[in-house]
Design a protein around this ligand. Structure first.
Ligand code: MF3
Ligand code: CO
Ligand code: CO
Length: 241
């Protein structure tokens, strides 16, 4: 899991330089696909996962998650989440970050920061003996205090040899409730935060999730190992490890 996590983070470190006005999300997908398969000798987990047609997810502006790369050209002011999951030696590493094209708008920047801080507040709750409700509660509290909303239809998840497994890691909830954490568990924390209302809509392509009110959405994700004393984040970028 450490190796898979590091590889997923390496892809995000690599792709940042390519996020520029005029690039299409398909081009970002191709670059990541080649890097994962040719340089890392790993497998892009999204490709053909339940019929998903591409190797990465690119979720632009009001897209909440699971955006399918396509011929859309990015332009200055766009904000997007790039979500990378790789399989190495049978294990999954899953991580996503927000990227800005050109100079970020003030609202997008603030929203991204709220999602980022929410994710870290949630991760900081992780330790053997704590409960999943502790994670959800702290994220929800932070997001709502900042007059944003938490998406409820999608959540973090257990991860290992399987991409998405139990438990569900909700990004809202009540302290002291839910599954008790044990050392050795691996899971993701990946709050989706909307600038407007929390409701979402699935587009007819069967994958792309957008905000119902067309407000901006932001997401950050790490894969984390629970340890006896706390946690170890498996998907830190090179700058943070
Ligand atoms: N990487 C996403 C997650 O964080 C899942 C993407 S599934 C896909 O769980 F099929 F859309 F790729
Ligand atoms: Co995930
Ligand atoms: Co992901």
């Amino acid at each position: 899991m450490r190796v898979a996590g590091r590889l997923a983070a390496d892809v995000l470190d690599m792709i940042g330089d390519y996020v520029k006005p005029g690039v299409t999300t398909d081009e970002l997908d191709t670059i990541c696909h080649r890097y994962i398969t040719e340089v890392q000798d790993a497998i892009p987990a999204p490709l053909n996962y339940r019929g998903f047609p591409k190797s990465i997810c690119t979720s632009v502006n009001h897209v909440v998650c699971h955006g399918i790369p396509g011929d859309r050209m990015l332009k200055a002011g766009d904000a997007l989440n790039i979500d990378i999951t790789v399989i190495k030696d049978g294990f999954h590493g899953d991580t996503s970050r927000m990227f800005f094209v050109g100079k970020p708008g003030i609202q997008a920047q603030r929203l991204s920061q709220v999602a980022f801080d929410g994710m870290w507040l949630g991760i900081n709750e992780l330790a053997a003996g704590k409960r999943l409700g502790d994670v959800g509660a702290v994220i929800q509290k932070h997001v709502e205090k900042n007059r944003c909303s938490v998406v409820r239809e999608y959540c973090g998840h257990g991860i290992g040899r399987v991409f998405h497994e139990d438990p569900q890691v909700l990004h809202y909830g009540q302290r002291g409730t839910g599954l008790e954490l044990k050392a050795g568990m691996t899971m993701t924390v990946e709050p989706m935060v909307n600038a407007g209302k929390r409701q979402v809509k699935l587009l007819p392509d069967g994958w792309t999730v957008v905000t119902k009110d067309h407000s901006l959405s932001a997401q950050w994700e790490h894969t984390v190992l629970i340890t006896a004393s706390g946690y170890e984040v498996l998907t830190l970028g090179a700058a943070d490890r």
